[in-house]
Design a protein around this ligand. Sequence first.
Ligand SMILES: Cc1cc2nc3c(=O)[nH]c(=O)nc-3n(C[C@H](O)[C@H](O)[C@H](O)COP(=O)(O)O)c2cc1C
Length: 739
Amino acid sequence: MLRKFHRLPGLMAGLFLIVLSVTGAVLALAPTLDRVSAVIPAFGEVSVAELADRVVTHYPGTEQIVREPSGKVIVYYSRDGQAGADLVNPVTGEGIAPYESSAFFGWVKDLHRAFMLDDAGRALAGVLAAFMVLLCISGILLLARRTGGWRNLLRPLSGSGSKRIHAELARFAVLGLLLSALTGSYLSAQRFGFLPEASEIGPTFPAEVSGGQPAPVGTLKALGNVDFGEFRELVFPYPGDSQDVYSLTTRGGSGFVDQATGELLQYQPRSDGSVVQQWIVSLHTGEGLWWLSLILGAAALTVPVLSMTGGIIWWQRRRSSGQLPDNADASQADTLILVGSEGNATWGFARELHSSLNKAGFRVHCSEMNALANQYPQASRLFVLTSTYGDGDAPASAQQFMARLGNFRPGKALTFAVLGFGDRQFPNFCKFAVEVDAALANKGLGRLHGLEKIDRCAAAQFSEWGESISKDIGVPLTLDYNPLPPATVELELVERADYGLAIQAPTSILRFKAAEQGGWTKVFSGNHKTLPSFEAGDLLGVMPPNGQAPRFYSLASSATDGVVEICVRKQPGGLCSGYLHALRLGDRIEGFVRQNPEFRPAKGNLPIILIGAGAGIGPLAGFIRKNTSRNPMYLYWGGRDSRSDFLYQPELGDYLDDLRLTGLNTAFSRSDERAYVQDKLRQDQMALRQMASKGAQFLVCGGRDMAAGVRQVIDDILKPLNTDVESLKKQGRYLEDIY
Ligand SMILES: Cc1cc2nc3c(=O)[nH]c(=O)nc-3n(C[C@H](O)[C@H](O)[C@H](O)COP(=O)(O)O)c2cc1C
């Protein structure tokens, strides 16, 4: 609901909002430019009497002197019967340049206020400002939900692409945008009479003036008492009219000054309403507050990017939820399908189930798990299809499910079936699905069908599950889904370095390049695909021979390195690792990239501690290679025998020499020292604790047992700091890529 609330005004108003914000950003420059060119005397340096005296010396026909909020001073005068206006220096009274309001800023202001459409445009701008208020408020709520609560609002954000850019920019700009939108809505509501405007009634013209011989303006006492900082406007008396007076406006009010005695007559302070009104204008335009105008301008500039990324997110969501035809409304549906997915594979299965149930005559509502509503009044069966990610964690579209389950009030008749999607190669096979199944049972829901798990998107297992469900619901379902294989690129092996043969742990560093599509094939196929950009720590999906499901390997290079590098240990009987180890230079494989932004070193210059064992060194070596800004980076790595499987030994030496690597600590389990990487960590505990207390980040890559051992040692090391690995994980300071 909240997302819908955020999305609708956003999509409707996107284009106009871009115009409003870009013009707003341009206008925000005006107060700063004015401030830069203005000469502003220090407090107490120039009184209004002195200012007027100096101006009159240079402009004998002065009629009015105005001080703009930026500090600029304008004199309006008549000379030889011609009216003129000049900018003047308030210290000397000399003219600086003829005064002309900028035609460009005037045009931009018209576009900003009314889209060049008079009242209809003004009304539209007002409605858009109100939309913007809604967008900002719903956006802040969504952000708090995404970061796990208000207290975490400033924490590092996870995710990548449009979602990440949208959230980061919104977090930076939201307060500025909210201020502009609130003040804009207020001013617009005032203009159309929905809110009262503070009317400023000036003082009445004095009943009595001295009528004596006018004194020189520089000697008038009431003007001498007002500092330039307080001054706003001085209107001169009509020349030769001894009954006329000076009209003086200051920051605090306005009054009249007798031109002979210099007495202040009929002074009237400004009303509170007028002060508030002026503040609202200043907070909207930055008038007189040049620093605020820069903040508002920077915030406004984010709107085009926010609109674009917001549009992309909406479109991706729509596409991934498959624009399901005949998706029943949640309140009307008798059957629910909730989907937890990170890479969208599970959506394909959900779509097939949705279509099959629809054909069987059910009213089916399908949505992501994060969109779990509090109630589904008509629903009697719930199917949850979810993948598992990270190390047994929830996928992106299910991360808020468990929290939302707290408010979920299921009807008595609602029964459920959970179908997990995962990969048996991970020890936490379908762990999140297991947790969801238990949580729903705890909530008191009856089971329609027990938990089942699908390994690597196996279509046959899915069909079998469909047959069991058919029996449970008493209606035949045919679940015939063949997932499309991912779009792959042909990669050619260009280099390999082999280690570990002597110790029966063959491990190779393999470097590939996108294979050249030559000659006629290239011309006619139009099929010259390249890998998308990738970073060390992302995953290379490799299609093994015989059409098996892809296997994933952590990338040890970034796209900018010009090669696709992986480090692979040959597993006994391993289909894909065996296939890769048998490759010779020039051989080609089919591969694709899957991003893994959760496993990346933090930016900045806090220490990074890389810990790994065996082939887990791959992405860690990639991080070190990329550390061209020489931030402190330490590597703890464990192998078997330094003579046989010291992976990346020459490169690590170079990185130490050129300071991309600050410290290297190795442990070899089959050498004389018989040490594991955990032992080296324990030996260095003082240094590690000190770095942790300074905010260091830990990145661990390698086998599961090693990772468990490392976690235990780091927990011990952190104890005196009253923290642990779990807390560091929550802060994004302990990342694992384990297999
Ligand atoms: C980085 C990564 C981590 C994964 N972690 C697990 C895991 O812990 N347990 C599991 O069963 N499957 C794991 N998988 C496999 C996915 O759950 C599986 O590929 C699933 O079909 C993906 O579906 P989705 O594209 O809808 O998210 C992982 C996959 C990747 C790429």
